[in-house]
Ligand binder design. Structure first.
Ligand code: CP
Ligand code: NVA
Length: 303
């Protein structure tokens, strides 16, 4: 069987992604001690971090344990990667010890190199370019609150960053409209937009937040300064008009939800009234990381 890497949403077809969402729902319903098939207790997942994490670290760790396996957490500063050992060599060494690896890193090339040289499944736990596990959890969350996402409209307000890129992949594969409102200077990669258009996706870009929000089923945002972004001051200035506040929520559909992958900065990308208000589903998103990643792990291990 070919190795089952989970690197990006665009690499899967709609049916495969639907199956993962269905599996996540079933795993959530059956609970931590559910009837789902279990891993051999010696099955080991390495959780590798070049960048900080709360949700990804804890939800993968708990997911793996609930599936019956074990984890070890490796911060790159404490390994030889931090002293320059190549990703390719690290992939080949760790493949001799563990059964799967998850990596959170900066350059996207690191995750593709890890997958190229590993002989066990590799999972993308965030790169500068994408955050697929987050957006699988987000699709699950949207559907729990608002029903099937196909044909619906999601508005991304703010920096067209890694999370927005995975939302773009999801829009194409799950068949919903994604409107991205961002300053021109922080627009999505034209190659990504061209890919979405070629694939028949409906991804629209505007610099006007109200245009994107108009009648949308969900407003989504993220921090204005991602891990590794060097130009914080410039970003904060450019993004100041893009805060998701109550006025912007009022432009969306009446029953629209507010989504944010967290961590959040109240008063910057979102007002406290919105993120702590009745339309916010941010803690359901955080919970659903656990269930969506259990589904991804179960698929990687062929359970
Ligand atoms: N949303 C998310 O990936 O959070 P962490 O950075 O805490 O993992
Ligand atoms: N865009 C953010 C997401 C954090 C989960 C970052 O990359 O820092």
């Amino acid at each position: 069987m070919a190795l089952r890497h989970f690197i990006d949403i665009d690499q899967f077809d709609g049916a495969a992604l639907r199956a993962l969402i269905a599996s996540a729902r079933a795993l959530k319903e059956s609970g931590p001690k559910g009837a789902a098939p279990k891993l051999d207790p010696s099955t080991m997942l390495a959780l590798m971090f070049d960048k900080p994490s709360t949700r990804t670290r804890v939800s993968f760790d708990v997911a793996m344990r609930q599936l019956g396996g074990q984890t070890l957490v490796l911060n790159s500063s404490e390994t030889q990667i931090g002293r320059g050992e190549s990703i390719a060599d690290t992939a080949r060494v760790l493949s001799r010890y563990v059964d799967a690896m998850m990596l959170r890193t900066g350059p996207h090339a690191n995750i593709t190199e890890l997958a190229e040289y590993a002989s066990v499944p590799v999972i993308n736990g965030l790169t500068e370019r994408s955050h697929p596990c987050q957006v699988m959890a987000d699709v699950l969350t949207f559907e729990e609150h608002r029903g099937p996402i196909g044909g619906r409209t999601v508005a991304w307000i703010g920096d067209a960053n890694n999370v927005a890129n995975s939302w773009t992949h999801a829009a194409v594969r799950f068949g919903f409209t994604l409107r991205i409102a961002c300053p021109k200077e922080l627009s999505p990669d034209p190659a990504l937009l061209n890919w979405a258009a070629r694939e028949g996706g409906n991804v629209e870009v505007t610099s006007v937040p109200g245009e994107a929000a108009d009648g949308a089923d969900a407003l989504v945002t993220d921090v204005w300064v991602s891990m590794g972004d060097a130009d914080a001051d410039k970003r904060m200035k450019l993004l100041a008009p893009y805060q998701v506040d109550e006025k912007l929520m009022d432009a969306a559909a009446k029953d629209a939800i507010f989504m944010h992958c967290l961590p959040a900065h109240r008063g910057d990308e979102v007002s406290a009234a919105v993120i702590d208000g009745p339309q916010s589903v941010v803690f359901d998103e955080a919970e659903n990381r656990l269930h969506a990643q259990k589904a991804v792990l179960a698929w990687c291990f062929g359970l």
